[in-house]
Design a protein around this ligand. Structure first.
Ligand code: AP5
Length: 213
């Protein structure tokens, strides 16, 4: 199964993709996680991307395209994948098709997780992320069992630098500028499925799983 998760920051793309990838036995490709790892490792890509990310802007398409090509050259994508955070505009959707064409593969479904601005701000301003395995928590919605530490691997949790309210609003603006075109693009290919992501995570997961049957 090859799935793209679309949706605003904070809709729950990462939360759902991690569980879904395990359930379906496919790879989880999060462009945000790959970029943050590059920033942490101070790679050339990380150094170029950091300022865009901190300001809530998209990292330039050229950098993203190279990163995606490298990721899709890895073997694990052969069993299928969930793509979380890419594409974010039409140019990226076309890049994806160019990467797929020689491999003879295509996206099966695009799941659009829709969420309201108030829910997004509440979720992102309380999000905590594991510094080692990238698991997501929320101070009230999904608190870890031991405050400040990951349930899965025990590493320390941190708040993302782009989860300040002003940066969240900027990320939402950037998202809204691009998403309408992407929705039209994937609707035109009969691949788009729209779900409300405002409900409990388990309910949202059930709805996504139903789409994969
Ligand atoms: P990225 O990391 O992809 O950020 P994003 O798209 O803004 O999405 P988020 O990770 O913030 O939200 P999410 O939908 O995954 O929500 P989550 O599951 O964490 O990208 C970061 C930056 O990298 C971008 O701004 C850009 O600069 C750059 N970038 C990345 N991809 C790029 C691309 N293709 N092109 C150019 N630049 C790119 O959930 C959020 C919180 O809510 C968590 O605390 C979670 O516990 C909680 N939660 C989730 N679901 C529920 C629920 N149903 N009920 C209650 N709480 C919930």
């Amino acid at each position: 199964m090859r799935i793209v998760l679309l949706g605003p920051p904070g809709a729950g793309k990462g939360t759902q993709a991690k569980v879904l990838a395990q359930e379906l036995g496919v790879a989880h490709i999060s462009t945000g996680d790959i970029l943050r790892q590059n920033v942490k490792d101070a790679t050339a890509l990380g150094q170029e991307a950091k300022d865009f990310m901190d300001r809530g802007l998209l990292v330039p398409d050229g950098l993203m395209s190279k990163m995606l090509q490298d990721r899709f050259a890895q073997d694990d994508i052969k069993k299928g994948f969930i793509l979380d955070g890419y594409p974010r505009n039409i140019a990226q959707a076309k890049t994806l098709e160019e990467i797929f064409k020689p491999k003879g593969i295509d996206i099966d479904i695009v799941v659009y997780l829709d969420s309201s601005d108030s829910v997004i701000i509440q979720r992102l301003s309380g999000r905590l992320v594991c510094s080692k395995c990238s698991a997501n928590y929320h101070v009230t919605n999904m608190p870890p069992s031991k405050q400040g530490f990951c349930d899965k691997c025990g590493a320390a949790l941190y708040q993302r630098t782009d989860d300040k309210v002003e940066t969240i609003k900027k990320r939402l603006d950037v998202y809204k500028n691009e998403v309408a075109d992407l929705i039209k693009y994937y609707s035109g290919q009969n691949k788009l499925h729209r779900l409300s992501a405002d409900g409990p995570a388990q309910e949202v997961l059930k709805e996504i799983v139903a789409l994969t049957k």
